[in-house]
Design a protein around this ligand. Structure first.
Ligand code: NHF
Length: 426
């Protein structure tokens, strides 16, 4: 089977969990014997080799050469035209694809065009929704993005999402029929590179004295990730454990506001804004931390929590969305009430108070990650989805040839199921 994977991010240009997901899934699919062509639509400032060939996996990068667009939505469409050009070039060179798999609305335009032009089934993974990310839709751009997400779900024969919480969201927000949806959780690389004890200590000492406790956050500094909740929780944590340092790694539009908040709350001296850090430093800090925190208001899955767990960091996470499915409270991590800094402070204090609890959390988290979150398993389940769709497409073609009444356009709008998908308010 030859899979065409369309993605808005791919290493080295990773923005969040989506890019890691596509990379790990594509590798695992290739290892299972499928041919995978990943097509990554580069953002305008990103530079990368045009083509990478690694066995059954080919990574193509599509670059947008059109004049600079006036706005974000137009930039996305231009990027999709560039992706489409790359697909056309491959097809003109004799390449054939069996299915097209699109990740998020950022690839929707190219995905739909490929589906209809090549008459191959479209599968979409929706990693997050605009409605969820912002807690509502408040302007034209957000409404446009949400409409495009709906359109992608409508056009796809099957929609994959990473948690039961996300499935519920897709039904609620877009009325995606349940029989069109598959929940396939994310995985985490089995043996993340571990640093030597000396390197871990060195990383720790960049931020905290040996006598201090280290709380670690890494992620984009955007509202949905809830870093403000963590800073709001800090005064209470410091009252119980005055020698505590919070490291906030990552960049984003909220940084200035978060710095101001830390100053207003009188905890500026206890927060270290580390900016962007590489994967190596992130892994060292997970291993050096007394506690890692995922305080998200919205998290469809939370690969970041799995990464912390895999590296043995005692984890405190919000019981929001998929995180509540990934973390078992009291066993593989501690959950707090989403959006509530008091509840977050309580769980942080519990983790800092009890070394035996931290040790147990580390141990159980590592075991859970090994047993439940394996990319090979994710790839097998994804292959099952492709196979069932290809089977249905073949049957539809045969019906069409026989002039049967059950005519379904190949890769058509989710077969009969999507006819039940109504546009909200429309
Ligand atoms: O882990 C990969 C990622 C998730 O919760 C994350 C998110 C975007 O918001 O599936 O997608």
């Amino acid at each position: 089977m030859h899979i065409l994977m369309l993605t808005p991010e791919y290493p080295p240009h990773v923005v969040g969990g989506l890019g890691r997901h596509v990379a790990e899934l594509s590798h695992a699919l290739a290892e299972l014997g499928s041919r995978v062509t990943v097509l990554h639509g580069l953002r305008r400032h990103e530079a990368a080799d045009e083509v990478e060939e690694r066995g059954a996996l080919t990574v193509l990068r599509a670059r947008d050469h059109a004049p600079g667009p006036p706005g974000f939505a137009q930039e996305v469409v231009q990027r999709n035209v560039a992706m489409l050009q790359a697909v056309l070039q491959r097809v003109a060179a004799g390449e054939r694809f069996d299915v097209v798999h699109a990740h998020d609305w950022l690839t929707a335009h190219a995905a739909r065009a490929v589906k209809h032009a090549l008459q191959i089934p479209l599968i979409a993974t929706i990693h997050a929704t605009e409605m969820g990310r912002n807690g509502g839709l408040f302007n034209e751009v957000q409404r446009h993005i949400s409409d495009t997400e709906w359109w992608l779900a409508f056009e796809a024969w099957r929609v994959i999402c990473c948690s039961r919480a996300m499935r519920e969201e897709l039904v609620r927000v877009f009325q995606v029929p349940l029989d069109k949806l598959h929940v396939i959780p994310n995985g985490v690389a089995p043996e993340p590179r571990t640093a030597s004890p000396g390197e871990i200590l060195e990383a720790r000492r960049r931020y905290a004295a040996d006598s201090e406790r280290l709380i670690f956050f890494v992620g984009r500094l955007v509202y949905e990730k809830g870093v403000d909740l963590l800073i709001r929780a800090l005064p209470r944590v410091l009252a119980a454990h005055p020698q505590t340092v919070l490291v906030v790694a990552g960049k984003g539009p909220e940084r200035e506001g978060l710095e101001a908040l830390a100053r207003d709350l009188g905890v500026w001296g206890r927060v270290r804004f580390a900016g962007h850090i590489g994967d190596g430093e992130r892994n060292r800090l997970y291993q050096a931390a007394d506690v890692a925190v995922v305080p998200s208001r919205y998290e469809p899955f939370g690969i970041v929590a799995l990464e912390a767990m895999a590296l043995g960091a005692p984890l405190v996470a919000a019981g929001a969305g998929g995180l509540a499915e990934v973390v078992e409270h009291g066993r593989t991590g501690l959950l707090f009430r989403p959006g509530d800094p008091w509840s977050l402070a309580e769980q942080l204090i519990a983790a800092l108070d009890f070394p035996a609890l931290r040790a147990a959390l580390r141990r159980h988290a590592r075991e859970a990650v090994r047993e439940r979150f394996d990319w090979k398993r994710v790839a097998e389940r994804t292959l099952d989805v492709y196979r069932s769709v290809l089977y249905a497409a073949r049957a539809a073609r045969q019906d069409a040839r026989a002039g049967g009444a059950r005519l379904v356009p190949v890769g058509g709008p989710g077969a009969q199921a999507s006819s039940a998908q109504q546009r909200p308010g429309g």
